[in-house]
Design a protein around this ligand. Structure first.
Ligand SMILES: [Zn+2]
Length: 127
């Protein structure tokens, strides 16, 4: 679990907000993000939860290996997405999934489809 606040956190009974954010983020928002991240991380072995502040508290799951940085998160519509944050390849960016497992599986299918297409192009170019 990685937690990143924006600067020094001002903490009182209500607020939990970094001085470089200044939005007025609350303990409730922080605790909600932390709880969701912990729950999601427990269902996805090999993925690390991240909680961060940027005009509110947010969270996601990441799986980083070398230059491959996969991200899993719940979008504004409450649906799971999976994408590589470095390549931002829209052809492997899955959206609208019910579960993180489904989002990963859809990304695997999309990556396999992309590889098949690239192999076909290579055969055509090489013949
Ligand atoms: Zn804040």
């Amino acid at each position: 679990m990685k937690i990143l606040a924006m600067g020094t956190v001002k903490s009182d009974p209500h607020l939990y907000c970094g001085d470089e954010c200044g939005r007025g983020c609350t303990h409730e928002e922080y605790n909600r993000a932390l709880s969701a991240a912990v729950t999601a991380e427990s269902t996805m072995p090999g993925w690390t939860a991240n909680v961060w502040e940027n005009m509110g508290w947010h969270w996601n799951l990441k799986r980083e290996t070398g230059v491959v940085h996969w991200v899993l998160h719940v979008n504004d519509r409450g649906r799971w997405e999976c994408y590589n944050e470095l390549t931002q390849c829209h052809r492997i960016h899955t959206v609208g999934c019910d579960t993180p497992q489904e989002a990963v599986q859809q990304a695997i299918y999309a990556a396999a489809k992309l590889i098949r297409a690239a192999r076909h192009e290579l055969r055509v170019l090489s013949s």
